[in-house]
Design a protein around this ligand. Structure first.
Ligand SMILES: CC(=O)N[C@H]1[C@@H](OP(=O)(O)OP(=O)(O)OC[C@H]2O[C@@H](n3ccc(=O)[nH]c3=O)[C@H](O)[C@@H]2O)O[C@H](CO)[C@@H](O)[C@@H]1O
Ligand SMILES: C=C(OP(=O)(O)O)C(=O)O
Length: 420
């Protein structure tokens, strides 16, 4: 038996969608909370399976997690035990790697399985490990687990060969208790990094420069509990804005930070999507004609790799050629083969997809090979003639809270079914 999502396309969307807290911030904030010596309250936590997997891991470590309301949790690590993280839940998401930085920072020792997450081509963690080594940790890989040990963590200068989001956050967490000053150069600048630094600073850490490419962390001796509200999910927001561009009569996407979406909004304008951008919302009315364009994914503030897959569904409806080039994950194109099953005309060569449009799409059986491929297929399903059936929806559930309910509320004909 398997749960699938079914969508009957061609229904116009009308109404308001509220965006939840950022997945990529949340999955770092939760492990970061264990660095405190008191309860940390986090609100606007998205209801996604990645959060459930992290809660299982917290429970495994003896960390108390109190669910205060539908989106507020209190994490109390005061009775925590630093057990080897050999639980299956580690493999369910990428961000389990943040327990490396957090546990190393707090205890000077961590044992953890390889992280999971979407397969987007190779996703090494060598930069995280080099950072931990530079801080004084010994890194071993034994019996399928990473084992990290440090008698003492001492601040140092770390230059990242690639501005990696995960390595930047992980090193920041490992360094909060280190002796002296750690400087991360060529740090990633994604908004989620600022959010994690904000939480750590509220706990009592001394981190400056998050959001720029040089982050300075002065080690402290104690971190306490605090209250934190997560930033809105810019990738969920982008997905609904693209959905609206594909199928809206009149849709408002609210609880967003438009500044985090500038690369997408300027591309959408270029291809002909009419939008009204307000302080914390974007309104999209029906779009008559779309024009093909070229996109290159880049680290923030460039065009996010997580958005190229959803946008590709829209580009199948644009007049002429479009080209999407990946510079972050050069194999992140499995969604193109699924779109082709629905009638798209996309060729993938090396690190680019070449889209010829417009092509009518028709509903068929497709597979969400990864999270954003799933989002892309939901958009394609809204555009398609007939019913689209999406398999492997556990990927979608990793990152989109209540996607069926949110879309039903604005007029989409989408539902979940259990099939043999
Ligand atoms: C949980 C989370 O926040 N996931 C996001 C995070 O993933 P993640 O943090 O894993 O992505 P990174 O920013 O680390 O990856 C960027 C590039 O650096 C490479 N790299 C990274 C680390 C390393 O040690 N060695 C190395 O070579 C990667 O293979 C990739 O080509 O940022 C990606 C890039 O914006 C997003 O697509 C993911 O949604
Ligand atoms: C790739 C993604 O997530 P993760 O890094 O958690 O696999 C994503 O959010 O698009």
């Amino acid at each position: 038996m398997e749960d699938v999502i079914k969508i009957e396309g061609k229904h116009k969307l009308k109404g308001t969608v509220r965006i939840g807290g950022s997945k990529n911030a949340t999955v770092a904030l939760i492990p970061a909370a264990i660095l405190a010596n008191g309860p940390v309250t986090i609100c606007d936590v998205p209801d996604i399976s990645d959060v459930k997997s992290l809660s299982v891991l917290l429970d495994f470590l003896g960390v108390a997690v109190d669910i205060r309301s539908s989106d507020t949790i209190v994490i109390d690590p005061q009775d925590m035990v630093n057990r080897p993280l050999t639980h299956d839940a580690v493999n369910k998401l990428r961000a389990s790697y943040y327990f490396m930085g957090a546990l190393l920072g707090k205890y000077g020792h961590v044992e953890i399985l390889m992280p999971g997450g979407c397969y987007l081509g190779p996703r090494p963690i060598d930069l995280h490990l080099k950072g931990f080594e530079a801080l004084g940790a010994e890194v071993k890989y034994e019996h399928g687990s990473y084992v990290l040990d440090a008698k003492e963590l001492v601040g140092t200068e770390i230059f990242l060969d690639i501005a990696s989001v995960g390595a930047t956050i992980n090193i920041m967490m490992a360094a909060v208790y280190a002796k002296g000053r750690t400087t991360i150069e060529n740090a990633a600048k994604e908004p989620e990094i600022i959010d994690v630094a904000t939480l750590l600073n509220k706990m009592g850490a001394n981190i400056r420069g998050a959001g720029t490419n040089v982050i300075i962390i002065d080690g402290v001796e104690k971190l306490s509990g605090c209250f934190h509200e997560i930033i809105p999910d810019r990738i969920e927001a982008a997905t609904y804005i693209v959905m609206a561009a594909a199928a809206a009569e009149d849709v408002v996407v609210e609880n967003i930070i438009p500044h985090h979406l500038e690369a997408l909004l300027s591309k959408l304008k270029e291809i002909g999507v009419e939008m009204e951008v307000d302080v914390d919302s974007v309104r999209v009315k029906g779009t008559s004609k779309l024009i093909g364009t070229d996109i290159k994914t880049l680290p923030y503030p460039g065009f996010a790799t997580d958005i190229q897959q959803p946008l590709t569904a829209l580009l199948t409806q644009a007049q002429g050629h479009s080209m999407v080039t990946e510079t972050i994950y050069i194999e992140r194109f499995k969604h193109c083969y699924e779109l082709n099953k629905m009638g798209a005309n996309i060729n993938v060569m090396q690190a680019s997809s070449f889209i010829e449009g417009p092509t009518p799409l028709s509903g068929t059986e497709v597979c969400a090979t990864d999270l954003r491929c799933g989002a892309c297929l939901v958009i394609a399903g809204l555009l398609a003639d007939g019913v689209t059936t999406i398999h492997d929806i556990y990927h979608i559930e990793r990152g989109y809270e209540h996607i069926i309910e949110k879309l039903q509320a604005i007029g989409a004909n989408i539902w979940k079914e259990t099939v043999a």
